[in-house]
Design a protein around this ligand. Structure first.
Ligand SMILES: Nc1nc2c(ncn2[C@@H]2O[C@H](COP(=O)(O)OP(=O)(O)OP(=O)(O)O)[C@@H](O)[C@H]2O)c(=O)[nH]1
Ligand SMILES: [Mg+2]
Length: 498
């Protein structure tokens, strides 16, 4: 799990922890321990955006309560463990174990006053958590809902995907994670400058950037009424939002979290499948009426009992039901397993998973090492004891002299460029991002079939270009970035030399 960069920071933490005072030593040990853990991804977003539903889909089990319950109000961490276990961790450090409830979910009541709860620590035997720790955060909500409700009225749409006041626990949890997925459901409209500003504000405050943040345009099925197909609207809308948010997140992925949860957590039973098959057998006109609204679906006469219909609404909502029924109408012999597979495909979730892997997991080593180094640097600046500060500063400097660590400087430079803090021409920016986020020379240099000689020459050429730019083409901030890129390509040329 541990990549080479995080492994060497972890070794360093081991080496210096014993030479520091008790407090600083403890902190350094904690940083070192974190490096051995899987990448931590925080799921953030407004109230009721569908965060917990998405968390369940990622874990592949329905464990996080959705809709109601105390647990939606506290930070919950899901990580891999040898046994299923729920610990309520209090602010004073006390831990209380709870059993999962009869449905295998975190219990509705935690047995500790909410004000005392720091977070809920859940370990699960879920394979999906072996390489990813997922953190569910309470909704980011405005402290003054009256004001935001009025603002909403005035503008006609919700003014911000994230309000200015972020729940303090959520904010610190997001800041402590190495990567963030923002879930929003409202269109971030081109003309809604305030919405964009609030989004950027939140992400800047949470120290996220396109290097480690991704947005999910959730509940995509609710974009159009009834059982209508949302994808012709959701796709282009998400693309537009991705362009608007290019300096904030690496991509905007539209997802129907509910279908993903139902499919990934295996919630659709054979009985549900049978009920859908019965609906599929209804005359087309009657079916169209039933699927026109939730109310009609509940009340029209049909051979499926009311509780089953309610359950189908909870599992699939109207679009999901319509989609499933359409599949079964076209292929009455379709098995429930295959139906579930198609529902997951229709949820857009596979693309989210793939984007997560592409965007985060393979750069996890650098993100984690960079995170740890940042922590150590901050400690080197703030620790009270002067000798501790020197030890820390020496250690960080020693690490940064290692050529492998140039990757972290690159990541830092790419981050500054990606957020727009240091503007570069588009082509240069893309090249720097590729260099910072990959270790595949063919991909970085865009020479898929090239041999070592050709790659080395291209890398040298790129290094030269950046050097010229550093000297002649840019202001001081650009120049610093260009020097980092120059050295990066120089090291790349050495790396690929036959
Ligand atoms: N139709 C539809 N409903 C969804 C979708 N995702 C979530 N929901 C429903 O929206 C409600 C809220 O979902 P949650 O996952 O609890 O949202 P949350 O962001 O965790 O909410 P808080 O933690 O309370 O802020 C639940 O009733 C979900 O079933 C979706 O993709 N489509
Ligand atoms: Mg929730």
């Amino acid at each position: 799990m541990n990549g080479p960069l995080s492994a060497s920071v972890a070794t360093l933490c081991d080496q210096i922890a014993g030479r520091l005072g008790q407090e600083a030593g403890g902190q350094v040990r904690q940083i070192g321990d974190r490096l051995g853990e899987p990448l931590r991804v925080a799921i953030a977003g407004r109230l009721k955006a569908g965060k917990s539903t998405l968390v369940n889909a990622l874990i592949g089990r329905r464990v996080a309560p959705t809709a109601v319950g105390e647990c939606t109000r506290v930070v919950t961490r899901f990580r891999y463990g040898p046994a299923d276990r729920v610990d309520v961790v209090c602010r004073d450090g006390e831990r209380r174990s709870l059993p999962l409830d009869d449905d295998g979910m975190i219990p509705q009541r935690l047995g500790v006053p909410l004000g005392r709860v720091a977070y809920v620590d859940v370990t699960l035997t879920s394979e999906k958590l072996r390489e990813l720790t997922v953190v569910d955060t309470p909704g980011l909500a405005s402290t003054d809902t009256m004001v935001s409700a009025r603002a909403q009225e005035a503008v006609g749409v919700s003014t911000a995907p994230f309000d200015a006041d972020i729940d303090a626990d959520s904010a610190s949890e997001v800041a402590a994670a190495e990567a963030v997925v923002y879930v929003f459901t409202q269109a971030v409209r081109a003309d809604d400058v305030r919405a964009l500003d609030a989004f950027r504000d939140a992400s800047a405050r949470l120290a996220s950037s396109p290097i480690n943040a991704l947005a999910v345009f959730g509940k995509a099925d609710t974009l159009v009424g009834g059982a209508g197909d949302p994808w012709p609207v959701a796709g282009p809308l998400a693309q537009q939002q991705a362009a608007l948010l290019a300096r904030t997140v690496s991509d905007v992925v539209p997802v129907i979290g509910l279908l993903a949860e139902t499919g990934e957590a295996g919630r659709l039973t054979a009985a549900d499948g049978a009920a859908l098959r019965q609906l599929a057998a209804l005359p087309a006109g009657e079916l169209r009426l039933m699927l026109a609204s939730v109310d009609l679906f509940r009340t029209r006469p049909a051979p499926v009992p009311a509780e089953r219909r309610e359950r189908l609404l909870t599992l699939l909502d109207l679009y999901g039901i319509g989609f499933a029924v359409a599949q079964l109408t076209a292929e009455p012999q379709l098995g429930t397993g295959e139906l579930v597979r198609r529902l997951v495909a229709a949820s857009g979730f596979p693309r989210l998973r793939e984007t997560l892997e592409q965007a985060f997991r393979w750069r996890a080593d650098a993100i984690k090492a960079g995170w740890a180094l940042g922590r150590l640097e901050r400690m080197a600046g703030h620790t009270r004891d002067e000798q501790d500060r020197d030890t820390l500063r020496d250690a960080v400097e020693r690490l940064l002299r290692d050529p492998a660590y140039h990757r972290l400087r690159l990541l830092d430079a790419a981050q500054r460029v990606a957020t727009g803090a240091v503007p570069l021409p588009a082509g240069w920016e893309a090249e720097l991002t590729r260099l910072a986020t990959s270790d595949d020379p063919r991909w970085i240099l865009r020479l898929p079939g090239a041999g070592a000689d050709e790659l080395a020459a291209a890398a040298r050429q790129a290094a030269n270009r950046w050097r010229v730019y550093a000297v002649a083409g840019a202001g001081p901030a650009q120049s610093r970035v260009a020097q980092v890129a120059h050295r990066g390509f120089h090291l790349l040329a050495q790396q690929v030399r036959p």
